[in-house]
Design a protein around this ligand. Structure first.
Ligand code: G16
Length: 550
């Protein structure tokens, strides 16, 4: 056994020599490792090694590896690991990923790996299974080679499946479906996912007329590929009108388009505005982000004024619809719906939900945090304001729905619709495609257009600013990232600025995906919001500069 281990470690060391670590410190952030693609080969090789270890630790369960930097600029890339249930990597393992990524030499890498395996009681010669995919970024193929080198070093011990170019949520789905021993979740393939969604969509739309065509800005990313393929499965129900589908032109990805652009700038992508496709008041559009795990909607009120329907609006739409179905099914006593948001949620949305007696939890930014909080509800609706989210049905809720004997056709229909929703909505992670279908289904059932959906509550004016600072790691937060604990004294100054503004709220946190600090401000008027954002931005810059020069 010992000699077998040594032989394997020698083989891994030889392969690792081809992927030396650059002089950079890597951190596993909000959604894995993210930085310039050219810096990442060594990290990706080592993530391959960790994926094997994780799979071995979990008795050979399939682990996912996604190579993407989602909303980041095109030269960036990234990688994240997906656990067997399709969830983000268990948080305690993020430290192992960071430790491996930062070993300076092959020798220290092998030593750290061996020690980790011993600490976790993993037999490194046991079988493992890894499925992986990547988005359309130019650096993707070289990084996949690095991943394959990391996995390949283990020889026949590791079973691998390369899904090729696909979206992040598809990878999450395939991981979950592969590990589903009951075989009821769906076929563990890209096609299997699309078929599952299409079947659920057909059930939910029933004999209604085909849904209105929808313009979709694909951010010139992998969402364009998915939308085209999926569109063929549902063309008799809904027609997609894809925009920004150029995955080949250098620099096009996420540039002046996509969900992050629309949410941050609070405007249409210029290409969508120029196309003039939203001029008719009843027409709505949506934007995906670079790996199609986020979606925001919009329309032009009176054919002119841009109106954003972001993750908060989607959460409200979904939560109230599901709550209604639960009531119609007469299951309020057994199935409780709850909503999970982050500090970025507009204050008006939180107030609106709470006024309807639906509980709201606030977590730190990052799907991993929201997902775990949502699992505490029977039906947990979680969305970040940026459009990242989904709805989780607990196994208890599903059991109740399956076992309940309806007493009327209305109850029967409500139960069937809830079950179909649990199939339509990605249970592993937020998916732009699945969320799009959820929105379209709810609007069809309500016989609403975008304006009726928008009418529920009015967002408080808000502003998100990216602030570049010499060292973002000096910014530390507490209370679901709503308060700073470092730099010392800065939170007090922010509180004083907020106190001067009617309905003011502001917080500061370091980004976990980009090299910047984010400042969020909201207030009763646009002018006071802008002013609050500017004051807090200045405070952040001053504090960062003072520490840098100290
Ligand atoms: C990732 C995370 C999201 C998070 C976003 C921004 O999104 O999955 O949960 O909201 O980053 O995070 P931060 O403010 O820390 O940079 P994506 O779509 O880029 O994977």
């Amino acid at each position: 056994m010992a000699s077998q281990n040594q032989a394997l470690l020698q083989t891994i060391a030889k392969a690792a020599d081809q992927y030396p670590k650059p002089p950079v410190t890597f951190g596993y952030g909000t959604a894995g490792f993210r930085t310039l693609g050219e810096r990442l080969p060594s990290v990706i090789f080592r993530v391959g090694m960790l994926a094997v270890l994780r799979s071995q630790r979990l008795n050979g369960a399939t682990i996912g590896v996604m190579v993407t930097a989602s909303h980041n600029p095109e030269p960036d890339n990234g990688v994240k690991l997906v656990d067997p249930a399709g969830e983000m990597l268990e948080q305690s393992w993020e430290a192992h990923a960071t430790a491996l990524a930062n070993c300076e030499t092959t020798e220290s890498l092998i030593g750290t790996y061996e020690a980790l395996a011993a600490q976790l009681r993993v037999d490194i010669n046991s079988p493992a299974s890894v499925v992986y995919a990547y988005d359309t970024r130019p650096s993707g193929p070289a990084l996949i080679q690095a991943l394959e080198a990391g996995l390949g070093a283990f020889g026949g011990r590791v079973k691998t499946v390369n899904l090729g170019i696909t979206t992040t949520p598809v990878l999450h789905y395939v991981v979950k479906a592969t590990n589903d021993k009951s075989g009821t979740y769906g076929a563990p393939t890209i096609k299997g996912y699309y078929e599952k969604l299409a079947t659920a969509l057909k059930t939910l739309v029933g004999n209604r007329a085909p849904l209105a065509p929808l313009y979709v800005d694909c951010a010139n990313g992998v969402g364009a590929v998915a939308l085209e393929e999926f569109g063929k499965c549902v063309e008799d129900i809904i027609t997609f009108k894809p925009l920004n589908t150029d995955t080949k032109t250098k620099g096009a990805l996420n540039s002046q388009c996509g969900a992050d652009f629309v949410k941050t700038r609070q405007q249409l992508p210029p290409s969508v505005a120029e196309a003039g496709v939203l001029a008719k008041p009843e027409t709505r559009g949506a934007s995906f982000d670079g790996d199609a795990d986020r979606i925001v909607y919009y329309y032009l009120r009176d054919g002119k004024n841009f109106r954003l329907l972001d993750g908060d609006k989607i959460a409200v739409l979904a939560a109230l619809f599901i709550e209604d179905l639960v009531k119609r099914a007469k299951l309020q006593a057994k199935i409780k719906v709850g909503v999970v948001q982050t500090a970025y949620a507009n204050g008006s949305s939180t107030k609106f939900i709470k006024e309807r007696n639906i509980p709201v939890t606030c977590t730190a930014t990052g799907v991993k945090h929201l997902h775990h909080a949502a699992l505490k509800y029977d039906v947990g609706v979680y969305f970040e304001a940026n459009g990242h989210g989904t709805v989780l049905f607990s196994s208890g809720a599903l059991e109740t729905l399956h076992k309940t004997q309806p007493n009327s056709p209305e109850e029967d229909k409500a139960i069937k619709n809830l079950l179909a929703l649990s199939e339509l909505i990605n249970q592993a992670v937020g998916d732009a495609l699945s969320d799009l279908l959820l929105v379209e289904v709810v609007l069809a059932h309500r016989a609403w257009g975008a304006a009726e959906w928008d009418a529920g509550y009015e967002d408080l004016p808000n502003r998100l600013v990216k602030v570049e600072v010499p060292d973002r790691t000096i910014f530390l937060t507490t209370d679901a990232e709503r308060k700073l604990t470092s730099p010392v004294g800065l939170q007090k100054l922010i509180d004083e600025a907020v106190a001067k503004v009617d309905q003011g709220r502001s917080f500061v946190r370091p980004s976990g995906t980009e090299d910047c600090v984010r400042v969020y401000a909201e207030a009763a008027t646009t002018a006071s919001t802008e002013q609050l954002a500017a004051v807090v931005t200045d405070l952040v810059k001053q504090a960062a500069a003072a520490i840098a020069t100290a």
